[in-house]
Design a protein around this ligand. Sequence first.
Ligand code: PLP
Length: 360
Amino acid sequence: LPLNFSAGPAALPPPVLAQAQEALVNFRNTGVSVMEVSHRSPEIEDLLAETVERSQRLLGLGDEHEVLLLQGGGSLQFVMVPLNLSGVGDRVDYVDTGYWSSKAIAEARTLARDVAVVADSAGDGYRSVPPVEKITARPDSRYLHLVTNNTVEGTQFRRAPRVSVPVVADMSSDLMSEPFAASEYDLVYAHAQKNIGIAGLTLVVLRRSLLAGVPDGLPAILNYRTHATHRSNYHTPPTFAIYVTCQMLRWLAQENGGLAGTAERTRRKAELLYDFLDTTPFYRCPVEPDSRSRMNVVFTPTCPELLGPLLDAATRADIIGLAGHRSVGGCRASIFNGVSTQAVRQLVDFLHDFAHEHGT
Ligand code: PLP
């Protein structure tokens, strides 16, 4: 089987794929496909409730949080966040850590009049994240937004900034990879196609108290309150994507020791790769050690002419998704929840052999 290090849609664990395959033809012994069952049926209502409950349990959420199952990916949240959490003329604050945060900022600027970038790492080419203790927000800002794991640059925050305004985080590429610090965030969102399933579903976790402040007059589909009131069944939900996430959450809880066990596995996989890269002069990892992502390991051969041959050799070895994002080049190994520790070991062996054959 190919080893898949793609940044998203990302690899899925084989047991989850097998369950998805079964549900395509026979969903929970109904005899019909999960794609054919009415979204108003008790089976799908149960599936939605189970997915929300599993998320709450894994993330350690209490009654003060709402979990919404939405569509539109991370990109729609770049829009829904400013629409729902700010009004005309309000101030909103953002941390700029590269590609995806810039997209979030650009969307906010279409909706809010006063968008400030209160911290950024542009100065070092986004090879680090700003130190959280130095991040402040304007006291009258409606929220502070950050991207906790920067999928493109391979950087990651270790904790949330402590500020006096609500903290909003795009966790598309690291939610459910380690225990969730529920008290440090007020709203987080994550599309499913990296750590918790497939494209089509986006998880939004927010404090219920924020719902009361959503401005009136928003289109219903873009209003978090609509989805909370209708328990994520306001319009036809992506039932197959939700099923896959439900099975992923079950797999994380039952076969990975919950998020504590998952974090341990995540740490081990990242260490295997970074330790190898740091001790092999043939390769270079441009990201500052304190900011390195445990999800996306960005690196390059020290000799740039060997990048093409390395990626070609990877393809021949059935290793897919190793090319860096088109905006930065180089290599990137994405090691989300669906990637096994064994697959990472095999990648290290491949990189080791390539270095041995071509270099120093
Ligand atoms: N945020 C982050 C951190 C991402 O990595 C991505 C895409 O990879 C997005 C947002 C955009 O998500 P989507 O393609 O679901 O709109």
